[in-house]
Design a protein around this ligand. Structure first.
Ligand code: SAJ
Length: 429
């Protein structure tokens, strides 16, 4: 009895004979490559950046969570090769698409990378291939945007090829949860799409969570990140409320967190950074606008979170005012510019907004970040300055924006004349 295409692919997966393709070798795609290779698959990685591909093939990882050693081990096993040649997308039996889904400057979803990848896959789509979209996107993208393109080849989904959505859940810098031990949600266009995708991921991921459709899987991811954005917005608003009432918001939150049920601790901060939390909820807001529904929580959380940089700049102005100084002409040292602690990523970092606001008010701003040596600001390179007693003493105000563990906060406390601490990390004794 001849096996169906689905059965053949499932067998190949069980025997680790399936060749796995991963499109997009960044902080999502590269960890997935490593786990797939460790599980026994041969993996062909695709990226549009030659320097990324060359670096990976030379055993150099550009992703903080993946060490060169882990990459070299996988290369030495002969189970990984990176290429820029998208014409080779006909080779893999499974293709995971892990490309960015940023916002356009009008805060609309920018699904151009998904479209470009889908087009590349379409060109070489063949019988027996499974395509899995991992990039966070609005509900409906898999069915409305990818499916028609792939079926325009004449191949039938669920029979000739398979299409699913399985959201990435990478938490950069998380020392406990990685790609293998984070449960993975999967939604297939057809039941066989789901079965095939489960068989393909099963060897590399400890726990799989099947759901009934790609839309459900797309919404799971958006709900996860909207949950964070809304709760961070709530504690940021609480920080503003406590400031007006002269109450310590961190004391209030720590005490609330002693409730053993029904409460989850989030902490106020300088605003919302990263490539996900500030962005993903707007994918849903955009989709629902098209259906005449206003997602008020998402929009309101976005408003509160984006006003936090200005809130903290006003705190700096108040602190300087307290010592009869103005922001204008003051030297302000920013500690930490990455969007969260112990990583080097600057995307959407509120530190950049804070620096811009302070400079607009005439301050001279320097920064120290142990993970960020420099970054490009309006075409010029700004370098991290060494954290020394002299530098601290000479600053009119020191502002903790990202609470990297590598920073010596006792040194800051000893020498800084004024400190504005947006992360409540300074020693309190
Ligand atoms: N933040 C706060 N207060 C908090 C928590 C976070 O102000 O209580 C800020 C952070 O400083 C950061 C931003 O929010 O600027 C996002 O922080 P994050 O901890 O959500 O970190 P991300 O965006 O790197 O990763 C998140 C994942 N994080 C966690 O679940 C802890 C997860 O939501 C997703 O897997 C990931 O986004 C993604 O790729 O979607």
């Amino acid at each position: 009895m001849t096996m169906t295409t689905a059965q053949t692919l499932i067998k190949k997966a069980e025997r680790r004979e399936a060749l796995f393709g991963v499109v997009g070798l960044g902080y999502v795609g590269l960890p997935l490559v490593i786990e797939l290779a460790r599980a026994g698959y041969k993996v062909l990685g695709f990226d549009i950046l030659p320097k990324v591909v060359d670096g990976l093939n030379a055993g150099r990882s550009h992703v903080k969570d993946i060490s060169d050693e882990a990459l070299q081990e996988v290369l030495a096993s002969g189970r990984f090769e990176a290429t820029t040649d998208l014409g080779r997308l006909g080779e893999p039996d499974a293709i995971s698409i892990c490309v960015p889904t940023p916002l356009s400057k009008f805060k609309d979803p920018d699904v151009s990378y998904i479209q470009a990848s889908t087009e590349s896959v379409r060109r070489t789509l063949r019988k027996g291939q499974a395509v899995i979209l991992e990039s966070t996107t609005y509900p409906g993208t898999t069915r409305e945007l990818m499916l028609p393109a792939l079926e325009s080849t004449g191949l039938k989904v669920g029979t000739d090829f398979f299409l699913s959505f399985s959201p990435e859940r990478v938490d950069p810098g998380n020392p406990v949860y990685g790609t293998r031990n984070t449960p993975k949600v999967i939604g297939g266009i057809t039941p066989d799409c789901l079965k095939v995708t489960e068989a393909l991921y099963q060897p590399a991921i400890d726990t799989l969570v099947p759901v009934s459709s790609p839309e459900a899987a797309e919404l799971v991811k958006i709900l996860e990140n909207t949950f964070r954005s809304v709760n961070i917005g709530l504690v940021n608003e609480t920080a503003i409320v406590c400031d007006k009432l002269g109450v310590d918001v961190w004391e209030v939150i720590e005490a609330a967190a002693t409730k053993p049920f029904g409460f989850m601790k989030f902490l106020p901060g300088p605003g919302l950074g990263g490539h996900c939390i500030p962005i993903d909820p707007h994918y849903l807001a955009w989709k629902m606008r098209g259906l005449n529904y206003k997602t008020r929580f998402i929009d309101l959380a976005g408003e509160v979170n984006t006003e936090m940089p200005m809130f903290w700049v006003r705190k700096v102005a108040d602190a300087l005012n307290g010592v009869s100084r103005s922001v204008r002409g003051s030297t302000i040292l920013i500690l930490g510019v990455a969007y969260k602690r112990d990583i080097d990523d600057l995307r959407e970092s509120p530190a950049l907004d804070i620096i811009k606001l302070l400079e607009q008010q005439g301050a001279h701003v320097e920064f120290h970040d142990p993970h960020v040596a420099s970054y490009l600001e309006d075409g010029k390179t700004v370098h991290s300055v060494p954290l020394t007693a002299e530098r601290l003493k000479s600053a009119d105000c020191v502002m903790v924006v990202t609470d990297h563990t590598a920073i010596d906060y006792r040194l800051v406390k000893r020498h800084a004349r004024l400190v504005v601490d947006t992360r409540h990390v300074m020693p309190r004794d």
